[in-house]
Design a protein around this ligand. Structure first.
Ligand code: PDD
Length: 287
């Protein structure tokens, strides 16, 4: 079924949506994005994604092309037009399409930003059977650039990481820098030791996950201890449990790393409990 997508003010069938070959998103990966999940036809953590989007744009000297309310309206309209019950909304804003390729940024007065949104219909997203068996990860070097806190569309290395994982018979890769895990290719990484949820502290080294913020809050409310610190692959192997978080996976147990079982090699109780709490609470707060 053809989707209705949003491009620069218009709602169009996906086959009619066009972007210039000079778009800096295409030529330079000069753009930022957000992925917001939809459950029960409502947006999960919309404000968190909007705040991070504004921050990503500011860090790259780009303006927010519309108000937060207008952005919310576009998200809702796409959910309505595409009859999404469970799925995701992808949003991308680039520095637009100047008249020619040039490393220097174009004058924002003369070159309008490109704003694109589309839906991804994923029935069964919340009740994902994968959560019951957990995923396997491998470890790879983190060779990304130094501003991973900005959600840019430069996703080549994360895509390569996914392919390395697939080739190794795993589902995803955890990236390691200076001996410590940074994050997954498209998610934040956690281990559990006793009552402690351990995840890397926020910095320019990782994306400040919107799901991460909510899950850490719920963990504290559920009397789990939260420790934001670096951890090694050896610690992952010694952990009781591990999991990832993101807007598209919520809380997803990780049961093996580099071929070694984590804990009992099955989804951990804390990860499953946090998934349950996250889904329940975020549904309640959805807009
Ligand atoms: N990825 N770290 C990275 C590198 C990510 O790409 C993502 C999200 C996260 C988790 O952030 P959040 O909880 O706000 O989704 C962490 C999205 C889902 C994607 O690229 O599809």
């Amino acid at each position: 079924m053809s989707r209705t997508v949003y491009v620069n003010g218009d709602y169009l069938p996906e086959s009619d949506a066009k972007i210039s070959i000079f778009d800096r998103g295409f030529l330079m990966a000069d753009g930022v994005y957000e992925v917001t999940s939809v459950l029960g036809g409502k947006l999960i953590d919309f404000d968190g994604h909007a705040v991070r989007l504004e921050r990503s744009l500011t860090e790259l000297d780009m303006a927010m092309p519309m108000s937060r309310d207008e952005l919310l309206e576009i998200h809702r309209e796409l959910v309505r037009l595409n009859e999404i019950d469970e799925g995701m909304i992808y949003l991308q804003i680039t520095r637009g399409a100047p008249a020619d390729r040039d490393f220097a940024f174009p004058d924002p007065e003369a070159t309008a930003q490109t704003v694109v949104l589309f839906t991804q219909n994923k029935p069964g997203l919340a009740d994902n059977p994968v959560a019951k068996q957990g995923i396997k990860v491998i470890s790879i070097d983190d060779i990304r650039w130094g501003r991973r806190d900005i959600k840019t569309v430069q996703l080549l290395y994360p895509s390569m990481g996914k392919m390395m994982a697939k080739k190794a018979g795993a589902d995803d890769a955890w990236m390691v820098e200076d001996g410590f895990v940074t994050e997954g290719t498209s998610n934040n990484a956690y281990i559990v030791k006793g009552n402690k949820i351990i995840t890397r502290e926020l910095s320019k080294d990782i994306l400040h996950g919107i799901t991460r913020a909510a899950v850490l809050r719920f963990a504290r409310e559920a009397q789990m201890e939260v420790e934001e610190r670096n951890f090694t692959i050896d610690e992952v192997k010694q952990a009781d449990e591990a999991f990832i978080t993101s807007a598209s996976t919520f809380v997803m147990p990780v049961v093996a790393i580099d071929g070694a079982a984590i804990g009992d090699g099955v989804p951990g109780a804390k990860a499953l409990r946090l998934r349950e709490i996250y889904l329940e609470e975020s549904r309640k707060a959805a807009v």
